[in-house]
Ligand binder design. Structure first.
Ligand SMILES: Cc1cc2nc3c(=O)[nH]c(=O)nc-3n(C[C@H](O)[C@H](O)[C@H](O)COP(=O)(O)O)c2cc1C
Length: 195
């Protein structure tokens, strides 16, 4: 596989106090840096202003509406990315509301780009959030890759320093997902440039 470097944004999808998301995001950002095919930017949605009240006109009619000033950095970094890894827990069998707000406030930023997932939670390991996100991103003409990483009962898998007790299997799952993401991102980036 060509190691042409892809601009990858790792998105931390949970914003609550005492959240675990940043630990998982750090881990996958490290895996992506070791992979060698990516320039990695970690985007924490907790740093963005993300009101639930959306613009008056739907994004298909006005893809770049006026946005709050506290969202500008997020928008610029989503724009710059050619691929995403969304890090998400399950919240009531789906993904966090802050993540939905970040998705809905944007449109062209997702269009024609490749998306992978890392999920974590209790028994369901983020898989219910991931499956819900696949539907959402298909509406935005993004491509979600088949492979993913899931951490069911993550609190048993990570130690108190935030390190995986048995890192080899998750590292293999991350490599498989990142290989697919790199392949799709390269193909889609070329196609977007040619369009
Ligand atoms: C509102 C809410 C709903 C949750 N729903 C689920 C769930 O449906 N399935 C599950 O396995 N864990 C569920 N959990 C447990 C979370 O996956 C766990 O608290 C995890 O740490 C949340 O990620 P965060 O710490 O990054 O916010 C829920 C937690 C919250 C706060």
């Amino acid at each position: 596989m060509s190691q042409e470097r892809i601009e990858l944004a790792v998105v931390v999808g949970s914003v609550r106090q005492e959240r675990f998301g940043p630990v998982v995001a750090r881990w996958i950002a490290d895996q992506a840096a070791r992979h060698g095919g990516f320039e990695v930017d970690v985007i924490d949605l907790a740093d963005a202003e993300l009101p639930l009240e959306l613009p008056a006109v739907p994004p298909a009619m006005d893809p770049n509406p006026p946005r709050p000033s506290g969202m500008a950095d997020l928008t610029r970094r989503l724009d710059a990315a050619d691929a995403f890894v969304v890090v998400t827990p399950d919240y009531n069998r789906s993904f966090p509301a802050a993540l939905k707000a970040a998705i809905d406030w944007h449109f062209t930023q997702w269009d024609g780009k490749a998306i992978g997932f890392v999920g974590y939670s209790g028994a369901s390991g983020g898989l219910l959030a991931i499956e819900a996100l696949r539907q959402v991103f298909s509406e935005l003409n993004a491509h979600t890759v088949r492979n993913y990483v899931s951490f069911p009962r993550y609190y048993l898998l990570f130690d108190e320093r935030g390190e995986l007790r048995e890192p080899d299997e998750p590292a293999g799952a991350a490599k498989a997902m990142l290989d697919q993401l790199h392949w799709w991102a390269r193909a889609l980036t070329e196609a977007r440039v040619a369009a």
